[in-house]
Design a protein around this ligand. Sequence first.
Ligand code: SF4
Length: 283
Amino acid sequence: MTQTLNTTNHDRDIAGLKYVYPVISRRAGGLSIGINFNPNNACNWRCIYCQVPELQRGNAPEMDFALLEQELRFFLDYVRHGDFFEQFNVEIHQRVIKDIAISGNGEPTSLKDFDKAVRLIGEIATESGVFPASKFVLISNGSLLHQTTVQAGLTELARYHGELWFKLDSATEQGRKLVNNTGQSQQKLLAHLKLAASLCPTKLQTCMLHYGQAWSDSEKQAYLALLREVRDSDIALQQIMLYSIARQSFQPEAGKLEKMSLEEMNAFAADIKALGYDVSVAS
Ligand code: SF4
């Protein structure tokens, strides 16, 4: 049976592979090839809006590098030279590989050989002719930047002209406790941001929603104050990407989360822009 892959279908098992999955991304305007280092649904954080089913605390399991290589080579070939787009009824204007995104069912940098995995993906995508035309993206909560393998992985990412999307949902320790269920200190956050930006192009990715004190006026002021501090410390951020919840959370708080309106996000984006940052808003 022919399946349809569109911007609302985000089933990571659709291609039947362990590590590689296709997503038609409205944001990217075409095919985003996701790489999931966390097939065990394990993360060191528990964000209240997380869409990972049966999320558990933990790290990525040992990587089967031979399988990753086999799946990625197969899938890139299937998309570029096979009938993937026809099989999945992808609309003509979206038949382009926009990016390869390391984005899984958990925190990807918790993989033991993280740098080796980034390098392997970079090599295969380059050999296949997908890079440099398509982007290389790592989506991470940035909490494990103190590990040398993570730093080495970011250096590899930069070598392949990739970029890090660093999750920042609150500029306060209380806010991160509430939204991400993490005890990340302010000092650690700043140190990791500084390190990340020094190793590879870094964008902030911020989820805006209403839940308790999340994104109260004081939270917004704290976020703007942090961006001011980051700017004045010469930490170069490429862009601030704001978005709100679009799909159902699988966390117990799901029923109490309220999507932020585009109007409210646009107003906040204007405040960020006034600080000299490039900002994008996705509803
Ligand atoms: S960091 Fe990502 S995978 Fe981990 S809990 Fe948050 S949203 Fe889920």
